[in-house]
Design a protein around this ligand. Structure first.
Ligand code: ASP
Length: 448
């Protein structure tokens, strides 16, 4: 097993994903009914899928989520201390909002165009898929979105993992520490030590990533087999095509245009974050991996990354917007409704607004879709047709969401002179090897 120990963490995660895919599909093809494996199908699949894979996969995701709130809080406080200038802070915030909204709007417009050109959903047999029940959710007003940015109780915001109020509070704490000058030195040192502590916890959890990823992927592919996708193949192809176009063409063009960075090198460096996003289907749970890839591998200064990454995980959802665009065209065609340019503009606006206050957690995109459909008068129950294939689509769109976060972080950092080109150009920078991971020395002490 020396090759396993000498492989980088990213390589191990990729092997783990492939192994999970093979094992999961084998179970699905053996025990699946109409491409689905559910509890009770067989003793073996119950034990493997809902026992082993479910338990260990969930434990890994919980460990990632456990890191998010303290990591974001302390890295953001340190980020503000690192920037040190309120005007620069405002500029970084303004640019991030601009690019996040811009990429989301481009994403959904692209999706609508691609889905319309392919004319997906026309002639679709409604009885060909199992429909699950959904309840519509009302769109929050812009006023509510803005009010919710300010926490009434920061502890509650942390307990709920609400990212925007946590960001707001942490930025204020950082600014106040700076205002204390010398008096605040002790607090600043404490925040920096806590940040180092969290980084070490990230390393510990990351060292379990290949196993966690294996269990997550194996469970998903065991439950959802290829047969499930057949009736919705048009929707799936248009969605995957639009996601790939946005990820590899649009975002890379924007990266090249606004930062001059090489897209190839960039994509290689953020692969761990993309694989985490794909495995967990949660931008929030991926924050530790995105932050680590963007700062240690791409070279974004932590003072910028600590702000743009958690901010992006919440307000930037390019992949989710793409799903909403494709799904709206599909549903409109299935029901024979002509939305027209006005209707599609409403969809774009709604999807961008809906993405702002919504946390990056699994399945939330479908909830947002119900809001969008209500606005243009399409039947919300139609979402039920798409739910069967949603887990895998969620994994793919979350990888695109996280890519968007990393691209905007890099563009903003480059524009601020806060991107270290030595790190970016060094292929080995920030690569995690076994020797970097926590281990016990001859005397039984933990070292890293
Ligand atoms: N799972 C996505 C994310 O975390 C959101 C969604 O589209 O459901 O970014």
């Amino acid at each position: 097993m020396t090759w396993w120990h000498s492989a980088t963490l990213t390589t191990k995660i990729v092997y783990a994903m492939l192994a999970g895919l093979v094992v999961g599909l084998a179970i699905n093809l053996t025990y699946g009914v109409n491409g689905m494996v559910q509890p009770g199908v067989s003793g073996f699949s119950d034990f493997m899928v809902y026992g082993v894979f479910h338990t260990f996969g969930k434990m890994f995701v919980s460990a990632l989520k456990m890191l998010v709130v303290p990591l974001v809080t302390f890295s953001l406080i340190c980020g503000v201390l690192g920037i040190g200038d309120i005007r620069v802070l405002g500029r970084v915030g303004g640019k991030s909002v601009f690019f996040y909204l811009l990429t989301t709007a481009i994403a959904i417009a692209t999706a609508i165009i691609i889905a319309s050109v392919l004319n997906i959903g026309a002639g679709f047999e409604q009885g060909s898929v199992a429909v699950k029940e959904v309840t519509a959710k009302d769109a929050p007003s812009l006023a509510d979105v803005l009010i919710n940015i300010v926490p009434t109780n920061p502890i509650q915001a942390m307990a709920n993992g609400s990212m925007l109020p946590i960001i707001f509070f942490a930025v204020l704490v950082g600014i106040s520490m700076l205002m204390m000058g010398k008096e605040g030195k002790g607090l600043q040192d404490f925040a920096m030590k806590m940040n180092d502590l969290m980084m070490n916890m990230v390393k510990i959890v990351m060292s379990f990533a290949p196993y966690g990823v294996f269990f997550l992927i194996a469970k998903t592919f065991a439950e959802n087999g290829p047969a499930m996708f057949m009736p919705l193949i048009g929707y799936v192809i248009a969605l995957l095509g639009s996601l790939a176009f946005h990820c590899f063409v649009t975002l890379m063009l924007l990266l090249k245009l606004f930062s001059g960075l090489s897209p190839m090198t960039f994509l290689r460096k953020i692969r761990p974050a993309q694989t985490f996003a794909f495995s967990t289907a949660s931008s929030n749970a991926t924050i530790p991996a995105t932050l680590s890839a963007v700062t240690n591998r791409v070279g974004v200064h932590p003072s910028v990354g600590s702000f743009t990454v958690p901010f992006g995980a919440t307000i930037n959802m390019d992949g989710t917007a793409i799903m909403q665009g494709v799904a709206t065209v599909f549903i409109a065609n299935v029901y024979g409704v002509e939305l027209g340019v006005g209707g599609y503009l409403t969809v774009i606006l709604m999807a961008v607004l809906a993405s702002i206050g919504t946390a990056g957690v699994p399945g939330v995109g479908m909830v947002m879709l119900t809001m969008v459909l209500t606005q243009v008068g399409l039947p919300v129950e139609a979402v039920g047709m798409l739910l069967g294939v949603d887990r895998l689509m969620d994994m793919c769109r979350t990888a695109v969401n996280v890519t968007g976060d990393a691209v905007v972080s890099s563009i903003v950092a480059k524009g601020e002179g806060k991107l270290d080109m030595d790190i970016f150009n060094n292929p080995d920078a920030g690569i995690i090897m076994d020797s970097d991971l926590p281990h016990v020395d001859d005397e039984g002490h933990f070292v890293s």
